[in-house]
Write a protein that binds this ligand. Structure first.
Ligand code: IVH
Length: 669
């Protein structure tokens, strides 16, 4: 039977609405509905598509994450090669580029469009009849990988375009896939936490992500996109500037920092401005791209070898500097990780003054033989945090000696240790103030409980003033509202906002709670795996080492960390307090079932089923069966010839169910 017209219309309307909200959220960054409202729309659509699978189309917002992992990406040949750009770092070279343009065009009547040069991964998107059909990497410029399933997970990229002009239904769009600096840092933090290898910079993270064979994993990564090229064979677009504005109209994300320049001096001005502003941007750029605006003139200019003569990459000057290493100090991270930090003679580097740089770990220092007093090279790569990359050995002062890693935590003085096979040292004191704060910050972070208003500064303040000592304390913070309001920088409204977002965190699903606990090596992905195998915290708590280790993706390091975590009575106490506070310690699917959270006791014999079958029915619907009556029991099921449990239940006022009532309860659901 064909689906009713009303359903078809409803589905299409939902899709349109979701598309519009995706656009507002991911492209314009101006959402107008809450996450909950959005999720509701999405659930409604998923539900309808489940009922009418024949109505699922590839451009439905539900189809962003789909398909099975691929073994190898198919090869795509680019009809128009994806050229690279000639580039330079000097004004002289840009002027030379401009002279050549003028001499070939034989006129000074031309314009340039200046854009930022995003430091990401170039991709090409093909739309046919308005639908995204193919997404490919640049590869060697002539052939790339077909990564359509991965591309579709990027929510700012439209799966469907609805141009007013029919000539724009078949187009190719090129642009850059990238990861924002703050997302990159968070990603690496999570990877460090779960013992995964860190990405070097946001570009590598984006490139590594697009190469993943499983689109589901890609969907979890914070990929973004900027479109900077449009080819529409049937349309008559005349300039690059116009094509950018068309891309915008088609709802692609187009970067706002674009300038139409009349001459090369304006180009140089744009470049030098961004040279100093680049650190203010939320993403990495490594220069600007200058393009001749008119397509006709682009054609006249043509291309040489691998790069066009109408475009030029004007890069920012190198971000290396030489300076003196004054000291090496240890920093204590969120889970007690000890990181050595270089304290430098301040040096100006790519728009900011740098006085600290990362030294990663003991081995890194040893490998480069970095010593206090050395003259070192500091680099600011794509990865925001400057790092010491080498030592100028000729400038080493006499009488220095190799750096000896301290034995004590700089925050609390406790011993530090380096587990076998790991690069990091850890502070062994669980109550180390740095760790106490770190655990709370982690709990409040976006990937975990997402408590807005509970950032690093607030946590430090609340811990130092002894309002909180652990994450469970957050849930009784409301009792101290009057005192909080009096604190410096706080007021009625901000306190209320904080308490509200703490309250909201109780709605976060089980796996995020488990992630939030901050068990070493348990990143969000592993938390998800654990929670789907161990449906509630008691199961997880009681899981044996061997059973854990036999789980997909879980090796000895993680299994050991879990067992160690749950064998510490402080942690059990903490979990019990969180349970009491009402956090979710049960898998969503179970928690949503009709009988979840309900405990039943059986007495006497049932006619239609055995006790075992009754138990199965209850558990299937998410309920639990207890063997004796207590005040925690929700229902007593009373069969033939009941025992003393009936009297006890009556005394405690526990609701009774006869067999018919019980059957009704499990049938309806
Ligand atoms: S235009 C022929 N515009 O730079 C024109 N490229 O070396 C080719 N890139 O692989 C590209 N930002 O990944 C263009 N605003 C921008 C860009 C940009 C970054 C990258 C792109 C390409 C490389 C060219």
């Amino acid at each position: 039977m064909a689906p009713p017209k009303t359903i078809i219309e409803k589905i299409e309307k939902l899709r349109e609405t979701i598309r519009e909200h995706d656009y507002r959220y991911y492209v314009l960054a101006e959402p107008i509905i809450s996450d909950e409202e959005y999720d509701k729309l999405m659930r409604e659509l998923i539900e309808l598509e489940k009922q009418y699978p024949e109505l699922i189309t590839p451009d439905s917002p539900t189809q962003r994450v789909g398909g099975e992992p691929t073994k190898k990406f198919p090869v795509v040949t680019h009809k128009i090669p994806m050229l690279s750009l000639s580039n330079s770092y000097t004004e002289e070279d840009v002027k030379e580029f401009d002279r050549r343009v003028r001499s070939i065009l034989k006129t000074s009547d031309y314009e340039y469009v200046c854009e930022l040069k995003f430091d990401g991964v170039a991709v090409s998107l093909h739309y046919e009849n308005g639908l995204l059909k193919v997404g490919a990497t640049r590869g060697d410029g002539f052939q790339g990988d077909e990564i359509t399933a991965n591309i579709k997970t990027i929510r700012s990229i439209p799966l469907k375009i609805s141009p007013a002009d029919r000539n724009l239904l078949d187009i190719e769009v090129r642009g850059e896939v990238f990861i924002k600096k703050e997302d990159f840092l968070r990603m690496n933090e999570e990877r460090e936490f779960s013992g995964e290898k860190l990405f070097v910079n946001p570009r590598n993270a984006a490139a590594g992500t697009l190469k993943l064979q499983d689109p589901k994993l890609v969907a979890e990564r914070p990929l973004n996109f900027f479109a900077y090229y449009l080819r529409a064979e049937k349309s008559e677009i005349k300039t690059h500037f116009e094509s950018l504005s068309i891309l915008r109209k088609l709802k692609f994300p187009v970067n706002e920092n674009i300038k139409l320049c009349k001459n090369v001096d304006e180009v140089i001005e744009f470049w030098s401005n961004w040279q100093y502003q680049r650190d203010k941007l939320p993403y990495d750029i490594d220069g600007i791209v200058v393009k001749v605006n008119s397509f006709r003139q682009q054609e006249i200019l043509g291309a040489i070898a691998k790069s066009p003569r109408w475009a030029f990459a004007f890069k920012f000057s190198s971000r290396k500097a030489e300076t003196k290493l004054n000291d090496i100090k240890l920093q204590v991270g969120r889970v007690g990780t000890i990181t050595p930090v270089a304290y430098l003679q301040p040096v100006f580097l790519g728009g900011t003054t740098v006085s600290r740089a990362s030294l990663y770990n003991e081995d890194y220092i040893k490998e480069l033989d970095i010593r206090i007093g050395d003259t070192v090279i500091v680099e600011k790569g794509g990865d925001v945090i400057p790092k010491v990359t080498s030592v100028v050995k000729e400038k080493r002062p006499p009488h220095t000696s190799g750096f000896v890693f301290p034995k004590k935590c700089p925050e609390c003085g406790a011993k530090i240790y380096r587990p076998e096979g790991e690069a990091n040292y850890y502070c062994e004191n669980n109550e180390c103030p740095a760790q106490v704060k770190g655990r709370i910050i982690h709990w409040a972070s976006r990937g975990a409980m997402d408590i807005t208003g509970l950032g690093e500064a607030v946590v430090n303040q609340l811990v130092e003033l002894k309002f909180i000592r652990n994450v469970a304390d957050l849930y009784s913070l409301y009792k101290q509202r009057d005192k909080l309001v009096q604190l410096e920088r706080w007021g009625e409204k901000s306190v209320q906002n904080l308490l509200d977002s703490i309250e909201n965190s109780k709605q976060k699903p089980y796996h995020r709670v488990v992630f939030g606990l901050g068990i070493r090596h348990i990143g969000i992905g592993i938390a998800q795996i654990l929670c789907s195998k161990y449906n509630n915290i008691d199961m997880l708590m009681n899981a044996k080492y061997d059973d854990l280790q036999s789980t997909y993706e879980i090796g000895p390091k993680i299994a050991e960390s879990i067992v160690r975590y749950f064998s510490d009575s402080h942690n059990i106490k903490l979990i019990n307090r969180l349970k009491e506070a009402g956090l979710k310690f049960e898998a969503e699917s179970l928690a949503n079932l009709p009988l979840s959270g309900k405990t039943f006791v059986l007495t006497g014999a049932l006619e239609s089923m055995t006790r075992e079958e009754a138990k199965e029915n209850i558990e299937r619907l998410g309920g639990k069966v207890a063997s004796s009556v207590s005040k925690n029991v929700d229902y007593l099921i009373v069969g033939e010839e009941p025992g003393s449990k009936l009297d006890k239940a009556k005394k405690l006022g526990i609701p009774l169910l006869n067999e018919a009532e019980f059957i009704k309860m499990i049938k309806v659901k």
